[in-house]
Design a protein around this ligand. Structure first.
Ligand SMILES: Cc1ncc(C[n+]2csc(CCOP(=O)(O)OP(=O)(O)O)c2C)c(N)n1
Ligand SMILES: [Mg+2]
Length: 337
């Protein structure tokens, strides 16, 4: 089945479109800056950029409500910014500073915010999927109508634990939206090379889980599909699978020779499908904003991102005594999970 396009209803308000534009641009500019800081040696370890995939998290956050949870893989900066985490705290974590969300001890892949219900940041492919079902179990147990967004990649979709999780999630009607971010590649392996059943969402049928594929370069389409998914889960109907067809422009991580695809393939995506450009076109053709308005927004966002980098650079490295803290839980939380 082809991925669903949005109905591009003309009644989408200027405020809504501008909101998507700003949120996606913040992620893009933040990631560009992270790439620069990495090049300058200020970020150590792994760093996986989200450039190209911005419409996925921004579209889904548009249907999230207070108390909803999210959990994802190592390609996680976009998810953090989209759920409202502070860019300064995220950048400081990337650079291993005290002001970071994990006090500089987690880095790019291991950041959390209990306040924003962001549960990581996981380096083991697909490990977050059963954990996501566990988060959804807590909401089911408490009897509220919150949902968990459990994000994973096309490569992760070939992991066994995903299917064990599908089975339990459907059996127990857990309110979890399984979001497969199909960016066409798992490191250097294309979906075509890794599976003969490329319609990843349809695998849920074996467990009785409903779902759909959606055009992940179109933020409005993602939001519409996200609304169907969350309504399904909030109403107590169990899990839902969204396979969001997207694309990453940069390498898998900062150390990717990118020999598995052509420059032309990437350029074609940038030219024809870019999620930010699509909203930009809607804003301009709908006369909701002028070129100058959009330039001013970009300037503001760049200033916010630069401020986050300055905050990161000025924040001290963690004290050596921090080596021995935050290793074991000293209290067992009874609620607010
Ligand atoms: C269990 C496990 N196996 C292998 C790896 C090495 N590895 C890291 S990322 C990755 C590819 C995952 O691709 P995908 O799920 O499509 O996510 P994407 O990077 O495209 O966001 C692999 C094999 C790992 N981290 N964990
Ligand atoms: Mg992938």
């Amino acid at each position: 089945m082809a991925a669903k396009k949005s109905s591009k209803k003309p009644n989408i308000s200027k405020e809504e479109l501008l909101g998507y534009y700003e949120d996606m641009l913040l992620i893009r500019r933040f990631e560009e800056k992270a790439g620069q800081l990495y090049g300058m040696g200020l970020i150590g370890g792994f760093c996986h950029l989200y450039i190209g995939q911005e419409a996925v998290v921004v579209g889904l956050e548009a249907v999230a409500k207070d108390g909803d949870k999210r959990i994802t893989s190592y390609r996680d900066h976009g998810h953090m910014l989209a759920c409202g985490m502070d860019p300064g705290g995220v950048m400081a974590e990337l650079t291993g500073r005290e002001g970071g969300y994990s006090k500089g001890k987690g880095g790019s892949m291991h950041m959390f915010s209990k306040e924003k219900h962001f549960y990581g940041g996981h380096g083991i492919v697909a490990a977050q999927v059963p954990l996501g079902a566990g988060l959804a179990f807590s909401d089911k147990y408490k009897g509220n109508d919150n949902v968990t967004f459990a994000y994973f990649g096309d490569g992760a979709a070939n992991q066994g634990q995903v299917y064990e999780t599908y089975n339990m999630a459907e059996l127990w009607d857990l309110p979890v939206v399984f979001v497969i971010e199909n960016n066409q590649y798992a490191m250097g392996t294309s979906v075509q090379r890794s599976t003969k059943s490329p319609s990843l969402w349809e695998r849920g049928a074996a467990y009785g889980i409903e779902g759909e594929a959606v055009d992940g370069m179109d933020v409005l389409a993602v939001k519409e599909a996200g609304a169907r998914a969350t309504e399904h889960c909030r109403a107590g109907n169990g899990p839902y699978i969204l396979e969001v067809k997207t694309y990453r422009y940069r390498g898998h991580s900062m150390s990717d020779p990118a020999k598995y695809r052509t420059r032309e393939e990437v350029q074609k995506m940038r030219d024809e499908r870019d999620p930010i450009e699509q909203v930009r076109d809607l804003l301009l053709t709908g006369k909701h904003a002028s070129e100058d308005d959009l330039k001013a927004i970009d300037k503001d966002i760049k200033a916010r991102v630069n401020a986050s980098a300055d905050f990161a650079k000025e924040s001290p490295e963690p004290d050596l005594s921090e080596l021995w803290t935050d290793i074991y839980a000293t209290e067992i939380p009874q609620e607010n999970v």
